[in-house]
Design a protein around this ligand. Sequence first.
Ligand SMILES: [Zn+2]
Length: 129
Amino acid sequence: MWIILRGKLPGKLALFKSVNCQPICNLCHQHYRSIDHLFIQCECSKALWFVSPLGITTEFMHDAPISFVELIKSIIMHGDNETNKLIMTICNEIWFVRNKRCFEGIKVPDPVVSLRRACKRSNSTIILK
Ligand SMILES: [Zn+2]
């Protein structure tokens, strides 16, 4: 998480140059990849945020664009420990699925299945919808 918040996660072109992947989001195959796209704009990520107990929708960002880093910093500053842990769990799952898709070619899992797996992996006791 600290890598993301410090802007050190490789973006679309840097990552494209370093690994054998296209500069297009490998989750939706519809947009150029970027940190903002991967974590908040991609339909696959949106579904994961929405099915979480947080029920976050990112549609509001079309009117008042905010970067993923700004959004996460804001939530973490005002959230409790369980909320922050869930946010980190979801971010970790998005990154996990992205890597599995990119390097192993897996299908993007159902968001509920993905979230359950993420919570189990992080030993979270969060009750899912
Ligand atoms: Zn995408």
